[in-house]
Design a binder for this molecule. Structure first.
Ligand SMILES: NC(=O)C1=CN([C@@H]2O[C@H](COP(=O)(O)OP(=O)(O)OC[C@H]3O[C@@H](n4cnc5c(N)ncnc54)[C@H](OP(=O)(O)O)[C@@H]3O)[C@@H](O)[C@H]2O)C=CC1
Ligand SMILES: O=C(O)C1=N[C@H](C(=O)O)C[C@H](O)C1
Length: 266
């Protein structure tokens, strides 16, 4: 069986490093290139932090895709760059697996349309950790029985987007089963702006950023005399890699647009 040819974008990043390791260690995968804004033309093995990764470093995505003809792009960069990479991938016939968060709903619509037009699979996964996907699904189930919910997401302080992609996805999944409801007292007033967090369809999202944290989320439901908390914690970035592997294998077989791993886990 031919190996799946993969390009990783953002290889020096916290997630990118883990993704490079995953690709290097899987006998069915071949790392044919990486997209980085530094180190153009070097072998990745000559970049600090790497040792025996023979893939070429590209800063120009067009050159990378023309020379390497990859099957899959794994993007772990920033929302602006990730969007540009994903559109370009679909235009070049490369199937995107995108972990980058911070895309707008307009961005997602554009990618869905492009995926449909090209007939190429495209997977956008706000969270690759299987436990986090279950936490979102369980929260969606609980929302049928509890109409009041607040989402607390906690991340390391180098994160660029707030709320997290996972929190937004959780709110969307809950909204799909919950009647819109403005929570809290109708006359509630913030004495310090932002005290009640972001408001998504009446439910509140609170973003904590602290050094020492990695990626955590607690979804809290409340009703008369009881609360229910559903929590997931990622203690390292390896926790995301089985989901990246699932997405890469699935995107090769699947010609549709997928937003969220809950749509492809059994
Ligand atoms: N879906 C999931 O399960 C997860 C998603 N994420 C998301 O993944 C993304 C990356 O997170 P993380 O690894 O922590 O972030 P990092 O900041 O550690 O890594 C991002 C990398 O992207 C690089 N980059 C920036 N611009 C470009 C460009 N033009 N071309 C190529 N690379 C570029 C950065 O380079 P430089 O170092 O030069 O700035 C950096 O190395 C975020 O959006 C985050 O929210 C994170 C964890 C899990
Ligand atoms: O930036 C991160 O670290 C993470 N980002 C994703 C998100 O925004 O939900 C996934 C995970 O929470 C880690």
């Amino acid at each position: 069986m031919a190996k799946i040819k993969i390009v990783v974008a953002g290889p020096r990043g916290r997630m990118g490093k883990e993704a490079v390791k995953l690709v290097m260690e899987n006998e069915n995968y071949e790392l044919v290139g990486v997209l980085d804004r530094k180190n153009e033309g070097k072998s990745l093995s000559d970049v600090e932090g790497f040792t025996n990764e023979n893939a070429i470093v590209y800063t120009d995505i067009h050159k990378c895709f023309t020379e390497q003809k990859p099957d899959v792009l794994v993007d772990l960069t920033t929302p602006e760059v990730g969007m540009e990479h994903t559109v370009t991938a679909l235009e070049y016939g490369v199937r995107p697996v995108v972990g980058t968060t911070g895309f707008s709903s307009g961005d997602l619509n554009k990618l869905e349309n492009l995926s449909k037009q090209t007939g190429l699979g495209c997977i956008i996964a706000p969270n690759f950790a299987i436990g986090a996907v279950l936490m979102m699904k369980f929260s969606q189930m609980a929302a049928k029985y509890f109409s009041d919910v607040e989402i607390l997401e906690l991340h390391h302080d180098q994160k660029l987007d707030a709320p997290s992609g996972t929190a937004v996805k959780t709110a969307e999944m809950i909204s799909s089963v919950r009647e819109a409801k403005q929570q809290g007292h109708k006359d509630e007033k913030e004495t310090i702006v932002g005290a009640r967090g972001a408001n998504y369809d009446g439910m509140h999202i609170h973003s904590v950023r602290l050094p020492g944290l990695i990626a955590h989320q607690q979804v809290m439901f409340g009703s008369d005399g009881q609360t229910l908390s559903i929590r997931h914690d990622s203690y390292n970035r390896a926790s995301f890699m089985s989901g990246v592997r699932l997405a890469v294998d699935t995107v090769m077989k699947n010609n549709s647009f997928v937003y969220g791993l809950e749509n492809i886990i059994e």
